[in-house]
Ligand binder design. Structure first.
Ligand code: PMP
Length: 438
């Protein structure tokens, strides 16, 4: 693994495909800037790339012959079997490179290129779910007192990761099509773009958004909006964190172009996840972005988890290689079909039971419906007390707000796990609950 030199201020200068020269060091927290590569980790990685004739007395890896597991075999629903013979099992049980196992990274880089074709050079690393990637990106970029832009309501896991960092979370208004560029422009007008690089500037350095099937709103951003937001990010020299775990759950074709696909400067940090399409328990996610920043994430991984489980990476990699890209995308079609039907079932039950008492927009991606209860100022008590009595569980909208104690008339309903019949009965119960509460 190559690591980033922080003196490398003119990263883009050597690559003609960058439209701008980015000074990545400007974005780093002191903690991230202080991270140094681990000599032992680098030796481990070197050893894995060495010829079999190499005699290594380096590194501290245990001998896998002492481990109790011999082999494994996973039956797939399509009738195939993934076999972990003794040799593969030994690899699966051993330490591995901090940025991810090479065959998974190679496969994913090709997929990323085929789907997004980023105009500026990108690198990738594997993370333990996209949550790990997000947490590490925030630690890398957010100092106490920094202004961070996001469109709330937003993913509660993001708020949980950001809040303890002591930054100011600034809300940019959004609607069913995601972040509103005019609202972003308005928020940014507090700062002078010509002063962004002056010492002591408080201009926000990062903007976080969920572009597809937002959690909790189900909102998906239009291409036009993304382009406008990207242009504002250029004007104010901000990085955009594109958290896109629902990318593969877009119900309509063509899939929306990502921020990554528009990134001429190298200012997009994208998190992807296999949680919604292959398995949430395997904990496989990815960070994609400019190499100097991905390298910083990898240095953090070196010092924390060391790497995402070799076993689960190999499991996924074996699967992807046996399927090929076409097989993978075919699998995704099946997943989309399931969620589309679930979404349709939820919308028809909402039409049946909630028309007079609530409002919503049908999502075009993801697994959530964001429902505004009419005449209810705050859903917290209704959901946490009364709904429990009626045996219907929803998430009160307040947990997704920057200030969770602000009154919020929304609830989040997931259409991922319940059957259409259960969804229908849940909305019948919710409808009578709202009527009783009014
Ligand atoms: N971002 C968003 C918007 C999410 O909804 C989730 C999961 N609920 C995550 C990130 C984290 O997903 P994972 O770590 O499983 O990839």
């Amino acid at each position: 693994m190559t690591t980033v030199g922080l003196g490398q201020k003119v990263h883009g200068g050597v690559k003609p495909s960058y439209a701008r020269i980015m000074n990545y060091a400007r974005f780093l927290t002191a903690v991230s800037a202080a991270r140094k590569p681990s000599a032992i980790r680098m030796l481990t990685e070197l050893q894995q790339r060495s010829p079999p004739t190499m005699i290594s007395l380096a590194g501290g890896a245990p001998n896998p012959n002492t481990f109790p597991f011999l082999s494994a075999s996973f039956g797939l629903k399509d009738g195939q079997t993934l076999n972990f013979d003794e040799a593969l099992m030994k690899r699966a049980l051993q330490y591995s490179a901090s940025n991810g196992i090479p065959e998974l990274l190679t496969w994913m880089k090709k997929l990323q290129k085929d789907l997004h074709n980023p105009p500026s050079p990108m690198d990738m690393c594997v993370t333990t779910g996209s949550q790990e990637g997000l947490c590490k990106l925030f630690e890398m970029l957010v100092n106490p007192g920094d202004n961070v832009l996001l469109d709330a309501p937003t993913y509660s896991g993001t708020l949980a990761a950001l809040r303890p960092l002591g930054c100011n979370l600034i809300n940019v208004s959004s609607d069913q099509h995601g972040m509103i560029p005019a609202a972003l422009k308005d928020v940014l007008s507090r700062w002078d773009p010509s002063e962004v690089h002056k010492a002591g500037s408080t201009t926000p350095k990062i903007l976080y958004t969920i572009p597809n099937g937002g959690n909790p709103t189900g909102a998906s951003m239009t291409t036009q909006r993304k382009q406008e937001v990207y242009e504002l990010a250029r004007q104010y020299d901000m990085l955009i964190i594109e958290d896109d775990p629902y990318y593969f759950l877009q119900f309509d074709k063509p899939w929306a172009p990502s921020f990554l696909s528009m990134d001429v400067d190298g200012r997009i940090l994208r998190t992807d996840s296999f949680s919604k399409i292959l398995s949430s328990g395997l904990r496989i996610g990815f960070v994609t972005g400019p190499k100097p920043l991905v390298d910083r994430v990898v240095l953090h991984i070196q010092a924390s988890t060391m790497h995402t489980s070799t076993f689960t990476q190999l499991m996924v990699s074996q699967l992807l290689h046996s399927w090929g890209q076409d097989g993978f995308l075919q699998h995704i079609e099946g997943v989309i079909e399931f969620y589309r039907k679930q979404r349709n079932a939820m919308i028809s039950s909402a039409d049946k039971w909630l028309k007079d008492v609530a409002e919503w927009h049908a999502p075009s991606a993801g697994m959530f419906l964001w429902i505004k209860l009419k005449g209810i100022a705050d859903t917290q008590q209704l959901i946490m007390e009364k709904a429990l009595e009626k045996e219907v569980l929803l998430v009160p909208g307040g947990v997704f707000m920057i200030n969770s104690s602000d009154p919020c008339p929304y609830v989040r309903a997931a259409f991922s796990l319940s059957t259409p019949e259960q969804i229908d009965e849940a909305f019948r119960r919710l409808s009578s609950l709202i009527k009783e509460a009014k």
